[in-house]
Structures are given as structure tokens and as C-alpha cells.
Design a protein around this ligand. Structure first.
Ligand SMILES: Nc1nc2c(ncn2[C@@H]2O[C@H](COP(=O)(O)OP(=O)(O)OP(=O)(O)O)[C@@H](O)[C@H]2O)c(=O)[nH]1
Ligand SMILES: [Mg+2]
Length: 424
């Protein structure tokens, strides 16, 4: 069926719309996003897309028999080799549909896993994706997808080493997962050591989070002069990056850019990436970057907030909303949003491309970090020169007194600084 190894795989995208189900995203936008996801995987050529309504999901074939026939003709006409079904597909449904249509099938989770495995560059990223893919395989025993695998020469976790893997019993997968988890723990531990040494660096951490393609990396590059891949492509960024930025007050912060979120992010991925995402939870300030020009910007915001809640972002960490891409708005719309943003100091309208609003944003970031600070007096034994030196370096000491018990310091600091101080 498949001719040249180097030719792109002809992919057809289907978004199933379940009748009576309250979906957060409008079906047409969901389909558009699924197509973007398909474009995000190298080696795919999207030859068609369709919204398919499903009144009652069929256990064997997902779609009703009439629909299966109708789609068979559509897919044949499009000469599709791969069908991406933007939703969950059971292994049985997958098998039956592959047979009926003579194509390979990938569901939403499988597709996102493939994209992540294509992006993973660091050892930690590779292990995390591999673990997530195995977790997915374990419940589904995904079929080999050798064509694309060979063509991309990539990591090809999904589908793994071939048909035999499908028959491999769960225990083998479990063993492998245990091994991976152990390796991952080691890598994470090394990183935690780095993190601990970074904690000694006396700068607050500001984390950029947001829906995929919101413009986090563009903003990050603009503020830090870094060169993180920023592209009109979903999940351009996978591995987290951190850089120092000097604010106009002279204060310095560490800015972090990380993987974007998406609706229905596979739970296996959230679990596997927990260690990476936990860096976000340790930030002194979170900037939620939104593509305010996107028609579903509200729904995307809700998705991001759901994921942050799932991760366990503490109420104590202040979150500011960065309304990005204002340059794309029609003028009256822009004026309306700017007025709304004016009334709320937690909303910062910007364009990471034109630079509009960036100065005001940084001023607000400085202010938010300052507002976080509280006064506290601590007594350190005279032997504790380390903490005293750190506090001075950090610039949080308001006054110092010598007492019988040691050095008494009046500090003005954030909760995170306090945590780092006591962890020294
Ligand atoms: N017009 C306009 N485009 C922007 C702006 N900011 C980012 N973009 C574009 O939006 C696309 C996505 O930008 P990225 O910075 O890669 O987005 P991201 O949030 O890092 O995405 P992921 O890494 O996939 O999560 C790119 O094509 C950018 O050029 C903006 O302010 N205005
Ligand atoms: Mg990015």
C-alpha cells in the first residue's frame, strides 16, 4: 500500500462530535486544532479533514455502519494511509476500522505522544515520553506503525519494536516501566541538585505557562535574547529553559519557558511530565500567556487553569494574565480589551512580536513580586554565616542587630525566599 519510504504519509483528520455531550470547544475549532496537531508531526501530509457526528458510539466501530461505509469511500478517494481520530478510540474499534478502511489509525493521545517523542531532546524528556508511551501501550497495546517510524528515523515509541510488542504481555511492559521510572528518578535527582544550587541564586523565578502556540517562547526570547524555537506549530517547546532577566529596577529574575498545554492532555503525559511541570509550581510568580486573538481564548484559558489545578498550583503563587497577540486584533476590539485590562492590574496586554505593552508588563511583574514580600524577624546563631550572607546578597535585609543569641535580622521577603533561606 505504501510506496516510497521518503514520501510523506497521507493523513486524514476526523473529529468525532458526540451528540448530547457538552464539549468545551466548538467542534469546528476542535477539528482545526486536530489538523494543527497533525501538521505538528513531521512526515504527515494532511489530505482531508472532516467533522463526524456520532449519535451513539458503537463499541465495535465507533461510527455506525453506514458512516463507516461512507467514510471508506471518502478515505479511498483521498488516498489516505493514516486516519487521525481526534478522540479516544478503543483497541477493538481501532482494529476493526483499520481493517474496514485499510488504513492505520491513531487517536488523539497517540498523536500527541508521537509529537512529544519527536520533540524530546533532553534525556529527561526522552524518558518521560517513553514512560508515557508505555503507559498508553499498556492499556491499548498499540499497533506497530513502522512506515512513519522508519521514515522519521525518530524515537518511534508508539508502536515500538513491532507486532511482537503487541503480543508482549503486560508484565514485560510493567518491568520496562519500572526500569524507566528508576532511570528517570536518577535524572530528576541530578536536576534537583541543579535546582538546589539555583535556589541559592538569589533571584525570584517567573514561570511562563499557557496553551500551546500562545507565544510563550516568543515572549521568552524577546525578554531574554535567547533563541528558543518559536514557531507556528503546536508543541514547539518541550524541554524547559531558564534564563536570567534584568528588570528596569535593576532587580533580576529567572524566567522559565516550558511545554504548552492543550485540552484533553493525555493523563499519561501529565503524569510523566510532572517533574518538569513542578518547576512551574515552585515559581514566585506565574505569567499565564494567552493568545487573546484566538477565537477560543476563553476555553483555552479554562483548560490551562484546569491543568494548573490538577498539578496542584498553590493559591499562594500569584498568577498574572498576559494577553498576547494584541497586534492581531481588529482596532475596536483591541481598544475594548485595553480598556478592560486597564481596570485590572492582573491583566497585561502585550504583543510579543511588536513589543507593545512589554514595559508596562515588566513594571507590573516587579510590582507583583514586591507585593509578595512580607516582613519577618529571624535570629541566626553567630555560626550561621551562610544564611546571613545569602540574605544580604538577596537584598532582603532591612536591619541587623547583634543580640546574645545571635544576629537578629529584619527581613522583607517572599514566601519562596523564606523557603530557600531555610533550605540553605
Ligand atoms: N502576531 C503575533 N504572533 C505572535 C505573537 N507572539 C507569538 N506569535 C506567533 O505565535 C506562534 C507561536 O509562538 P510560540 O512562541 O512558539 O508559542 P509557544 O507558546 O511557545 O508554543 P508551544 O511551545 O507550542 O507551547 C509563532 O508563529 C509566533 O510567531 C504576537 O504577539 N503577535
Ligand atoms: Mg514554546
Amino acid at each position: 500500500m505504501i510506496g516510497h519510504e521518503t514520501a510523506p504519509t497521507r493523513a486524514f483528520v476526523i473529529h468525532p462530535e458526540f451528540k448530547g455531550e457538552e464539549a468545551r470547544h466548538a467542534p469546528l475549532y476542535a477539528l482545526a486544532e486536530a489538523v494543527s496537531l497533525a501538521h505538528a508531526l513531521p512526515g504527515l501530509d494532511v489530505v482531508g479533514e472532516q467533522l463526524v457526528r456520532i449519535a451513539t458510539p458503537q463499541p465495535k466501530t465507533l461510527f455506525g455502519s453506514g458512516k463507516v461505509e461512507e467514510l471508506k469511500a471518502t478515505l479511498a478517494a483521498a488516498e489516505a494511509e493514516l486516519v487521525l481520530i481526534d478522540g479516544p478510540v478503543s483497541p477493538k474499534q481501532q482494529r476493526n476500522l483499520e481493517k474496514a478502511w485499510d488504513v492505520k489509525i491513531l487517536d488523539r493521545t497517540g498523536l500527541i505522544l508521537e509529537i512529544f517523542s519527536d520533540r524530546a531532546r533532553t534525556r529527561e524528556g526522552v524518558l518521560q515520553v517513553e514512560l508515557a508511551a508505555l503507559g498508553y501501550q499498556r492499556t491499548r497495546l498499540v499497533r506497530a506503525w513502522t512506515h512513519l517510524e522508519r521514515q522519521r528515523g525518530g524515537l518511534g515509541f508508539v508502536g515500538g519494536p513491532g507486532e511482537t510488542q503487541i503480543e508482549a504481555d503486560r508484565r514485560a511492559i510493567d518491568d520496562q516501566m519500572v526500569r524507566l521510572r528508576r532511570q528517570l528518578e536518577k535524572v530528576v535527582k541530578t536536576r534537583e541538585l541543579h535546582r538546589a544550587s539555583r535556589a541559592k541564586v538569589p533571584f525570584p523565578i517567573v514561570a511562563l505557562v499557557g496553551y500551546t502556540n500562545a507565544g510563550k517562547s516568543t515572549l521568552f526570547n524577546r525578554l531574554t535574547g535567547a533563541d528558543v524555537l518559536a514557531k507556528d506549530m503546536l508543541f514547539a517547546t518541550l524541554d524547559p529553559t531558564m534564563r536570567r532577566v534584568k528588570l528596569e529596577t535593576g532587580a533580576e529574575v529567572i524566567l522559565s519557558d516550558t511545554v504548552g498545554f492543550i485540552s484533553d492532555l493525555p493523563t499519561q503525559l501529565v503524569a510523566a511530565f510532572r517533574a518538569t511541570l513542578e518547576e512551574v509550581l515552585e515559581a514566585d510568580l506565574v505569567l499565564h500567556v494567552r493568545d487573546i486573538s484566538h477565537p477560543e481564548t476563553r476555553e483555552q484559558k479554562a483548560d490551562v487553569e484546569d491543568i494548573l489545578t490538577d498539578l496542584g498550583l498553590s493559591e499562594d503563587v500569584p498568577v498574572l494574565e498576559v494577553w498576547n497577540k494584541i497586534d492581531l486584533l481588529p482596532q475596536e476590539e483591541e481598544a475594548r480589551l485595553l480598556t478592560a485590562a486597564d481596570r485590572d492590574p492582573k491583566i497585561l496586554p502585550i504583543s510579543a512580536i511588536t513589543g507593545a505593552g512589554l514595559d508596562a508588563m515588566l513594571t507590573e511583574v516587579t510590582r507583583a513580586l514586591d507585593a509578595e514580600r512580607r516582613r519577618e524577624t529571624v535570629v541566626l546563631p553567630y555560626s550561621d554565616g551562610k544564611r546571613r550572607a545569602w540574605a544580604f546578597k538577596e537584598g532582603i535585609v532591612q536591619a541587623e542587630r547583634q543580640t546574645e543569641d545571635g544576629v537578629e535580622l529584619d527581613l522583607l521577603w517572599t514566601a519562596r525566599q523564606a523557603e530557600r533561606f531555610w533550605a540553605l
